[in-house]
Structures are given as structure tokens and as C-alpha cells.
Design a protein around this ligand. Structure first.
Ligand SMILES: Nc1ncnc2c1ncn2[C@@H]1O[C@H](COP(=O)(O)OP(=O)(O)OP(=O)(O)O)[C@@H](O)[C@H]1O
Length: 243
């Protein structure tokens, strides 16, 4: 059976206003549902810019990005915000947990911004709180005493698991993970990646993962390398095993 495209990029060019050259030039990229994309590149090569384009936070000067069959170009800025909240979960390098919210309230936060995520989380486990507990438990955080702690008192690895549970709640079709393992040691990185892939296996989820750690490339069907302008080269894109 033919898989549906989850992310489709065609003829994309992007340049920041103060830059002299095109930062990103991606003629074509198709990621089907349940396939995963690994993005690597030097500092300044445009990784975060590409993630922002995929999330519809910024718009390209040329070309089109279609997510789950919806061209982002056809949406207004507020429609793009709504679309992003409903369909994309984020895990950031610094986790971005809200310090004055409990662990559970941090995890359920995306459900406050998207009725779709709220409904899907409730449907998975009868209530969004139960779904948050299920995700935390699956990610190795089930100790009741631990869950009472303020997020500021969690270890880096624990904070990262809370951030991952928050990304997964309400089953968004895409998880964008921007260097999520960079603050962990090598063993913790591997176990985190395993948990991430375990959770997506049962769902129709695509992971877009930015990292410098090439150990993880074999887990991804697609990998691209962005080249930095500072290196005085044109931005290039290589896909699928050319790395
Ligand atoms: N809002 C912005 N306005 C203007 N230029 C920007 C903006 N954001 C990023 N840039 C520039 O675009 C280039 C790519 O930046 P970007 O943050 O996408 O790179 P990156 O690959 O994510 O880097 P890093 O690995 O250091 O996070 C850099 O030259 C940066 O200065």
C-alpha cells in the first residue's frame, strides 16, 4: 500500500533579509508517514531555520512546504499557528519546561493550545491526565514522589523525559526534536532515542531530528546535511545514504 506523504518540500529557497546568499535551497524532499528525517550541519548552516519553515513559523521566498497534505502557503499566520499546535510536538535542546507548572501540567500544556490534541489525548487514556501519566511512565518517570517535585528540581535526563512526554501528548503526527540529546551522556542518549522510537512505533508518527551525533543516522530513512554559508559554499542537500 502506498504511504501518504507527511512532509513534502518542493523547490524551496530561503534567505534571511540581511544575508547576501540563499541559506537553504532544497529542490525536493518527501518524507512519508512513519518515516523519519535526520538533519545535520555545522553551526549556522540553517538547521533551526529549516525547522522553523517546517513548522510554518517563517515562510520561504520561493517554493512550497506541504505538511499532511496541507500547503503551508495557503494558511494565514494564525491558521499556521493552529495547524502547528495540532500536528507538531516539539522537544527542544533546552527542554523549555515552564518552571511554575507541575510536571503533569507541563506535559498536558499542548492540550491547552489545541482542541485536537486535547481530544486525542483524552481518547487514548480516558483523560488527558491519565495519558500524561502513561507517557511519563513509558518514558521511565513513574515514581509518585518524583512527580510531585517542581520541574526545576529534576535532573537533566528527567527534564528531557518530561519534555518528550509533552511533545507526544495528543499524538501529533510529527515530532520535531532539535538536538534533544546534547545535554546527556552517551548511555542516556541511546536510551532516550530508544524510548523515542518505541513510542512512535505504535503511532503514525514522523520524527524530524537535528543532531551532530552520527551514531543515530541508521535509525532514519532520510538524512540531510546542510552546509554553512560561512564555509563559503552553496547550501547543499544530500539525501538517503549519501552522507
Ligand atoms: N531571525 C534571524 N534573522 C536573521 N538571520 C538569522 C535569523 N536566524 C538565523 N539567522 C542566520 O541564519 C543562519 C542559520 O542560522 P540557524 O540558526 O538556522 O543555524 P543552525 O544550523 O541551527 O545553527 P546552530 O547549530 O548554531 O544552532 C545563521 O547565519 C544565522 O545568523
Amino acid at each position: 500500500m502506498k504511504k501518504e506523504a507527511c512532509i513534502q518540500i518542493s523547490d524551496l529557497q530561503f534567505q534571511w533579509p540581511d544575508q547576501k546568499e540563499t541559506l537553504l535551497n532544497i529542490p525536493e524532499l518527501i518524507i512519508n508517514q512513519q518515516e523519519h528525517l535526520y538533519i545535520q550541519g555545522d553551526s549556522g548552516s540553517g538547521k533551526s531555520t529549516l525547522l522553523n519553515l517546517l513548522g510554518g513559523i517563517i515562510e520561504p521566498q520561493q517554493g512550497d512546504i506541504t505538511i499532511l497534505g496541507q500547503s503551508l502557503r495557503q494558511l494565514s499566520s494564525s491558521q499556521r499557528d493552529h495547524f502547528r499546535a495540532a500536528h507538531i510536538g516539539y522537544v527542544f535542546q533546552q527542554f523549555n519546561l515552564v518552571p511554575y507548572l507541575s510536571i503533569l501540567d507541563n506535559v498536558t500544556l499542548p492540550c491547552d493550545f489545541s482542541s485536537e490534541r486535547y481530544k486525542r489525548a483524552g481518547a487514548s487514556s480516558n483523560s488527558i491526565k491519565k495519558e500524561a501519566m502513561r507517557l511519563l511512565s513509558h518514558l521511565g518517570l513513574e515514581d509518585e514522589a518524583l512527580l510531585q517535585k517542581p520541574v526545576t528540581q529534576l535532573s537533566v535526563g528527567q527534564q528531557q523525559r518530561v519534555a518528550a512526554a509533552r511533545a507526544f501528548i495528543g499524538s501529533p503526527e510529527i515530532i520535531i526534536a532539535d538536538e534533544p540529546t546534547s545535554s546527556l551522556d552517551a548511555n542516556a542518549q541511546e536510551s532516550f532515542i530508544k524510548l523515542l522510537f518505541d513510542e512512535v512505533k505504535s503511532k503514525n508518527t514522523t520524527i524530524v531530528f537535528v543532531s551532530h551525533d552520527e551514531r543515530f543516522i541508521p535509525l532514519f530513512e532520510h538524512s540531510i546535511q546542510l552546509t554553512s554559508l560561512q564555509a563559503n559554499k552553496a547550501t547543499t542537500l544530500m539525501e538517503g545514504g549519501q552522507l
